[in-house]
Design a protein around this ligand. Structure first.
Ligand SMILES: NC(=O)C1=CN([C@@H]2O[C@H](COP(=O)(O)OP(=O)(O)OC[C@H]3O[C@@H](n4cnc5c(N)ncnc54)[C@H](OP(=O)(O)O)[C@@H]3O)[C@@H](O)[C@H]2O)C=CC1
Ligand SMILES: Nc1nc2c(ncn2[C@@H]2O[C@H](COP(=O)(O)O)[C@@H](O)[C@H]2O)c(=O)[nH]1
Length: 478
């Protein structure tokens, strides 16, 4: 990446400060761009879902891995739950979505409680042999009370798709019947759900899978407690990526933890952070990290900079740390502060191998929280920072009341915030579509076919606030 006229500003930059100019391109189509990160992890998109309790769980993990990204389970979750989540994600189909199932005798209320847990908007009603016998969508509830059994309202003229049916055929069949989704069967037994959009997406994205073809999943670990025992348990459980994560990643205990983890497994990919300096990057890499996580204070739930004055504008932090990591043959993950596809593109232009996103994904069907409605009827989910009182309480539940009360005094981070589901993009895959459309386009503007070429060719300028505002779409007349 270079700055226009090679004029690097003498101050640090946020994503909003930056813009990219187009360059001569030989890339004929945005679909010719390969977005596989250079880190060799097995992902096919440069997106990592933050290890935040309100963001990353098993549904998030399976959904993003199916499209080529990876989610990291937070360090707050009890180890036995982490183990079962890894097993669950590894058991998911790499193409077909996991169905929500109920029995004919279950009620509309039960179906409505579950239907927003996934984006495909249907509950499949199965018999005792796990064979689909009906399908329920929200519209089927109209005019019935909540205790009505599903067998009374479900649609029974089912279109089922045989496992292995070509994706284009699935799309055509669903389109011709004006259906958005259908159960997938092996013989007569339900094995998944496929949607029209899902069939299309599966032709555009490649799942992130391990050597056995199982979906990838990462886990996070802190530096408190018995790091060795926790790391060993996560490795045994089959984590594909270990993220060693603390607010201040450039500290002795962190470096020791990374060294320890590296000694336990020479081969597991280790991401460690957070840092924003070249020195921090070097130290984490010499301790054994394959990838440094970059970002202090840019996150949407983050009060670090207001509380402490510490942090660094994210674009410059990524630029420096990624350059340092590259010199050492390693990688950087730009963590936090992403609110638009352009931010992802700028992080990649700055040299990041991956971009970690938290709060944006909290407002999706796949994040762990339940969907709530505000007084205007708009759907939202609760999000909270990992340094907030709520998260600290969860992390320290094994400690004495006294210790927990002391920790409360160190609360940092927003306790809860509302992340509204975008009615046009309520699922995490909808947001991934937006991001990837933006990033593919950015690459072709720069004339790049790969992320490495993008980093080499990107030309960045610095803009005023007015320059940034000019780029924002205008939704009403003025
Ligand atoms: N990227 C960012 O800007 C930030 C991210 N976070 C996120 O919040 C979560 C919790 O982070 P964290 O509180 O570090 O995790 P932990 O609860 O795992 O604590 C980190 C350890 O580091 C010690 N420590 C020393 N200096 C600091 C410091 N300046 N800030 C925090 N801890 C320090 C703490 O000791 P002691 O408690 O005794 O001081 C503690 O033992 C993580 O997921 C992290 O990513 C949090 C803040 C900023
Ligand atoms: N200072 C804090 N940073 C936090 C907290 N919880 C998470 N984080 C960091 O933010 C990113 C995600 O950023 P986002 O803009 O996409 O939401 C996450 O990966 C952490 O590094 C917190 O409580 N305080």
């Amino acid at each position: 990446m270079r700055f226009i006229d090679d004029q690097k500003p003498p101050y640090d930059l946020t994503y909003n400060d930056c813009f990219m100019v187009p360059g001569r391109s030989e890339v004929g189509s945005r679909l010719d761009v390969d977005l596989v990160p250079a880190d060799g992890l097995g992902t096919t998109l440069p997106i990592v879902v933050s290890n935040m309790t309100a963001v990353s769980g098993k549904r998030m993990a399976e959904t993003v891995a199916r499209r080529g990204a990876i989610a990291v389970l937070p360090q707050d979750i009890p180890l036995d739950i982490v183990e079962s989540n890894i097993t669950y994600v590894k058991s998911r189909h790499p193409v077909y979505e996991t169905p929500i199932t109920l029995r004919p005798g279950d009620t509309i209320q039960e179906a409505l409680n579950l239907i927003h847990k996934r984006a495909h908007g249907a509950v499949i009603i199965v018999n005792e042999h796990e064979e689909p016998v009906g399908i329920f969508t929200e519209n089927d509830a109209a005019g019935f009370d909540r205790f009505t059994q599903l067998q009374r309202v479900m649609a029974t003229d089912l279109l089922t798709i045989d496992e292995g049916t070509p994706l284009e055929t699935i799309f055509d069949r669903l389109s011709s019947k004006r259906l958005t989704s259908a159960p997938v069967v092996r013989g007569r037994r339900l094995i998944g759900v496929v949607t029209r959009k899902g069939a299309l997406r599966s032709t555009l994205y490649k799942p992130a899978v391990d050597a056995k073809g199982k979906l990838l999943i990462g886990t996070a670990i802190g530096i408190n407690g018995d790091v060795k025992a926790k790391a060993e348990a996560l490795l045994r459980a089959g984590t594909d990526l270990l993220v060693v994560d603390v607010a201040h990643g450039h500290q002795r205990r962190m470096l020791e933890a990374v060294e320890l983890i590296r000694s336990l497994s020479p081969s597991v990919p280790v991401m460690a952070g957070n840092v924003v300096t070249r020195e921090g990057t070097r130290d984490l890499i010499s301790a054994g990290a394959d990838q440094v996580k970059v970002g202090v204070g840019p996150g949407a739930m983050c009060t670090t900079r207001m509380m402490t004055g510490v942090g660094r504008p994210q674009f410059s932090a990524v630029l420096d740390c990624a350059e340092e990591a590259r010199k050492l043959g390693k990688h950087a993950c730009a963590d936090g502060g992403v609110r638009h596809p352009r931010d992802v593109a700028l992080a990649l232009a700055a040299g990041a191998a991956n971009v970690m996103i938290g709060s944006w994904f909290a407002g999706t069907y796949e994040s762990p929280a339940d969907v709530l409605r505000d007084s205007d009827g708009r759907f939202y989910k609760e999000n909270f920072g990992m340094a907030s009182q709520r998260a600290v309480k969860a992390r320290s539940r094994g400690e004495s009341l006294f210790e927990r009360a002391r920790k409360d005094l160190f609360e940092e981070g927003i306790s809860t915030s509302r992340m509204y589901l975008d009615p046009d993009h309520p699922g995490v895959e909808d947001i991934i579509d937006q991001i990837i459309a933006g990033v593919r386009s950015s690459c072709t503007y720069a004339g790049a076919r790969t992320l490495e070429e993008f980093h080499q060719r990107a030309v960045v300028g610095v803009q005023s606030q007015a320059g940034y505002d000019e780029g924002r779409p205008v939704r009403t007349s003025w």
